[in-house]
Design a protein around this ligand. Structure first.
Ligand code: CA
Length: 223
């Protein structure tokens, strides 16, 4: 999943970026409010981690603009310690959660997982679609209780499908969320990846909608 990181502090930004990458996210890091507003308003992200203290346009204004423009991406704001009024303002402006600085990276990751899950309509760390289960903490996928042996890239793909189960996902969207760099975006690499994952999942869980994209089939009846 692709995450927008907005942080002007280099060391903190580097730490967060590294932790997100290690957790399987594709990270786009911007350092200024104007850039953040533009990126978040025009591109597709699973979530944003937004520092409020930014040069130029501050984080709160960025958030307000996104919400005014009906951009509903989940947003985790980073606030300075002890500024409770900032947190209240942030939540009122449409933040999904907040984290006061300094924080433990584990907590940031947990909160990010929670807001992306909630956006997908699931509240447990274990997400379930039919016989497929995704453990977002352990980064594992199981099918009928049997754990699947997936590469990091395959895991990201399955995770994205589970977060968007039942929706037709254009190939371009998968490419954006799975690959950080343009050079990784070989035109047929998504097809190859989907083919590999499909074999590991077995059956016909992932459907190809020719000309539209792919969809992870929802079970006939959710138990
Ligand atoms: Ca800052």
């Amino acid at each position: 999943m692709r995450v927008l990181l907005v942080e002007d502090n280099e060391p903190i930004g580097r730490d967060i970026s590294a932790a997100l990458t290690a957790s399987g996210y594709v990270v786009e890091w911007v350092r200024e409010g104007e850039d953040a507003w533009f990126k978040g308003g025009t591109e597709n992200y699973a979530a944003a981690v937004l520092d409020l203290g930014l040069p130029g346009l501050d984080g709160l204004s960025v958030l307000k603009r996104w919400r005014q423009e009906a951009r509903d991406l989940p947003v985790l704001i980073l606030t300075a310690r002890g500024t409770w009024s900032e947190r209240v303002e942030g939540i009122d402006a449409g933040a999904d959660d907040y984290l006061p600085k300094p924080f433990q990276m584990e907590e940031l990751l947990a909160r990010l997982r929670a807001i992306t899950r909630r956006a997908a309509g699931q509240s447990s760390a274990l997400m379930q679609v039919g016989d497929l289960a995704l453990d977002t903490r352990q980064m594992r996928v199981s099918l009928n209780g049997t754990q699947l042996n997936l590469s990091p890239q395959e895991y990201r793909l399955v995770s994205y499908f589970i977060h968007h189960a039942g929706r037709v996902i254009p190939q371009m969207e998968l490419t954006e969320h799975l690959y950080a760099q343009d050079y990784e975006r070989e035109s047929n690499s998504i097809e190859v990846l989907v083919g590999r994952v499909r074999r590991k999942l077995g059956g016909d869980l992932i459907e190809t909608r020719r000309g539209f994209g792919y969809t992870l089939k929802m079970p006939e009846r959710t138990p």
